[in-house]
Ligand binder design. Structure first.
Ligand SMILES: [Zn+2]
Length: 103
């Protein structure tokens, strides 16, 4: 099960964007990668089209390996490790191991 979900705030642990944080835009569990807002920007050359009237060079997010990302807990506002709590119904809930709050 993927630890990081769309909408989470994460911190980058390594690479050129180390130390930066951003919101997760999309997760690709099969590839163990995610797109994070303003992280790992790559230069893209866009052809002129309906969506891109001007065309030319565009900055765009590139996929980042999940192992390079640490989830930031919205409650204690620090990068945290995750734990799981299994409910009576058998569903899993992510919890922050620092403050024990559900995520
Ligand atoms: Zn926390």
């Amino acid at each position: 099960m993927a630890r990081i979900k769309k909408g989470d705030t994460v911190v980058v642990l390594s690479g050129k964007d180390r130390g930066k944080s951003g919101k997760v835009l999309a997760v690709f569990p099969a590839r163990d990668r995610a797109l994070v807002e303003r992280i790992n920007l790559v230069t893209h050359f866009e052809r002129r089209s309906q969506q891109h009237q001007a065309g030319g060079v565009v900055q765009r997010e590139g996929a980042v390996a999940l192992s390079k990302l640490a989830l930031t807990c919205p409650k204690c506002r620090r990068p945290s490790r995750l734990g799981w709590v299994v409910s009576a119904q058998g569903t899993k809930q992510r919890v922050c191991r620092r403050c024990q709050n559900p995520l």
